[in-house]
Write a protein that binds this ligand. Structure first.
Ligand SMILES: [Zn+2]
Length: 262
């Protein structure tokens, strides 16, 4: 009987598996921030600059590109260049034609994530395409604000780790977060895994008295998804603990692992 040598792992394939399969892929991780439009209370230029700043460390770990013209750049060929896509985008009537997603743009994004690109949804991106609802987008980003979310006045609150996950294993059990919006009643699509919550104080306006999910993860096809509803503005995003979570979330979405930091 013929022995199928091709089925045996060779040293080369073992080495490749060790390099890529365990998330220890060659640096840098290539990230694309997709932006260019948002409601006026969300300064997408400033928050995009904050994301770029966050991903400047550790040095050389990430290579970050930005598109503010998704109509041009959400294509199969362009998205193929990246390991992870970061949504900092909400379509408005004021957005120019270069910011509008055509059906082909939408299809390219769904296909990219489904086939294994990581995806990060930042803050109000989880409300995008909800009126009318683009169900596949909602499924891909694993929900969030959509149309049922709400928040009281921005305030300081504590963010708490929930469960064990590579993104947060090295993080403290909780951290104090500076003034930010505490999105409440987020939609979590079935299978979502909550990795951080914040208690919504019922003594404050619109307080729910519940631990609200603020960061969760999911899978869309082969793509890993990190949904983070924190980070209303650059001052909220200046929080170093928030930044560590975000950085790890991008890395995990891209590679499936988080490298130990010194
Ligand atoms: Zn906001």
């Amino acid at each position: 009987m013929r022995i199928h040598n091709f089925a045996k792992p060779t040293l080369l394939t073992l080495a490749l598996n060790l390099t890529f399969g365990l998330g220890l892929r060659a640096e840098p991780i290539k990230a694309l921030i997709i932006t260019g439009d948002n409601i006026s209370v969300h300064d997408w230029k400033a928050s995009t600059a904050s994301i770029q700043q966050i991903l400047k460390s550790p040095k050389g770990r990430f290579q970050v590109d930005v598109t503010a013209t998704p109509a041009t750049d959400l294509t199969d060929a362009n998205l193929a260049k990246y390991d992870v896509l970061i949504l900092n985008y909400f379509p408005t009537a004021q957005g120019g034609p270069d910011t509008k997603w055509s059906q082909a743009n939408k299809d390219a994004l769904l296909k990219a994530v489904k086939s294994g690109k990581g995806l990060v949804s930042h803050h109000f991106a989880s409300a995008a395409f909800a009126r009318p609802n683009w169900e596949e987008f909602e499924k891909m980003i694993a929900g969030g604000w959509r149309t049922q979310g709400f928040h009281g006045p921005a305030h300081e609150f504590r963010v708490k780790k929930a469960g064990s996950h590579p993104i947060s294993d090295a993080s403290p059990a909780s951290f104090p977060h500076p003034t930010d919006e505490l999105y409440s009643n987020n939609l979590l699509t079935p299978g979502s895994v909550i990795i951080a919550t914040a208690y919504c104080d019922p003594k404050l306006p619109k307080g729910t008295g519940k631990d609200e999910a603020v960061i969760w993860v999911h899978q869309y096809g082969s793509g890993r998804v990190y949904n983070n509803v924190l980070g209303h503005d650059s001052s909220a995003m200046a929080d170093t603990a928030y930044q560590a979570w975000f950085r790890n979330g991008v890395e995990w979405a891209a590679t499936g692992a988080v490298k130990a930091r010194n």
